[in-house]
Design a protein around this ligand. Sequence first.
Ligand SMILES: [Cu+2]
Length: 485
Amino acid sequence: MGFVASHNALTLAFEAALQVVAPAASVPYWDYTEDHHLANEAEDRLATLWSLDVWGDDFFGTASGKYRTVETGRFAYAPIAKAAAGARVKSPYGYLRSPWNVNKDPFLLRAHSFCGASYGWLEGSLTTEASPIDTAWPSCKVHHELTFAVDSLYEWVWAAAYAPHGPVHFMIGGYTHCGDMAMAALHGNSSSDDLEASNVAKILGSVKQRTVAFPKTMWRYGLVEYPQACSDDTPQALCHMICDDPVSLGSFRKFALTGDMGENLFGAWVARLPVDLWGQFLELICTTPFTPGEQMGANSPVDPSFWPIHPTLDRLLQYKRIVKPFSSPGWEAPDGPTKYCITDYDGIGASDCKGHHPWDVAPWAVAVDGDPAFVTNGELHAMGDPRAYALPYVYDDFTWPHCDAEGHVFPPPSGAPTPGADAAAHKHAAPEERDPDDRGPPGHDDDHGEKPQEMGSSRPGEAGSGIRDPETRDLGIEHQTWVSD
Ligand SMILES: [Cu+2]
């Protein structure tokens, strides 16, 4: 639930840092639904998506080559910093990456696909139960539904974290270093007709796409470990997750491959995987150095394309609060129990979803009346009400002409807004009542829209993604869940 407010605080801190060296600079928003709109009209939608102006040298730059590094433009060879000595959280190679990120390469990585398989063009869904395979680059339709079909702040925040923006992260980031994913060998050794050759490609695609979650989910649930350290001269192929002898540990195999966990991790097909192939499959998974792009994890801010993503949701929220205010504007679930984050991965409630409550203090100072101050998520949300006008920025445009053209009409705000219509619901602890130590970072904010693995669980300034030449034509291409590239 701290998702939007904490991102606002982080973005404001980043903007303040930018303005130290460029006082006129502001963090732009990137209305990535325009990218969907333009690519949706093309014959090869994904190829078009990745060739739009934002991926040119003047914007984010194009990742290419074996290592999927940005090699030209202003962000060419953007370096990834090494973690400080003694840092509690670092990657095995010592970078400011997640513990499950085994990437050896010192430069910004954008794979744009998952081991060569891409997410496709199915229309996204607002439900948080949606599998990532059912979602795609966010569209006008999804943003329109989020604005006009969601009545509570609680549901809005939960939905916004997924289909309306999550795929932007994971479709940019992707995964590489997947070996040869020699699943065909399974077919060759299969004693079952279930794994027909015609199914192998489909299964391969499913497993590749599921790298969006399983390398880190297996770690979060303690199924696997990652090396504490891989020395600089350790070949990439030898730095990978550590499974406790997957061939012999029957309970591990059973836990990872059956029931809800098996389906969540690898897809429904694992239920049909012959038992005599379980060890072979897990050995493949456990010895492959699956390598995520930066936007797959909490290190995503190192990718410049990270920064304009969340202001787009902030802008959408401000627009909604003007034209279609929440009927339930509080942080509590209007029906049923309130949950502040997905789940406690440690299973003992230690995280208590710190950072996601309305009374939690955001870890980045923001300007309040011109002075830096630490404020709560709830206070940030109240300040973000366009009628309160209490943040140091305002958006310059609340129109979506490309969405209007699709029939997902966003009427322009008209007339003066009613002051304070939903501001009264946001009463939070006064500063002196807060726990001064309650300033931990939001928990698990690097999920970016993958399916929760539930075990039983203008800115003033430039908008948009560049100017292009939308050519309206319906090529009648079927929507597809994934394609190989
Ligand atoms: Cu995000």
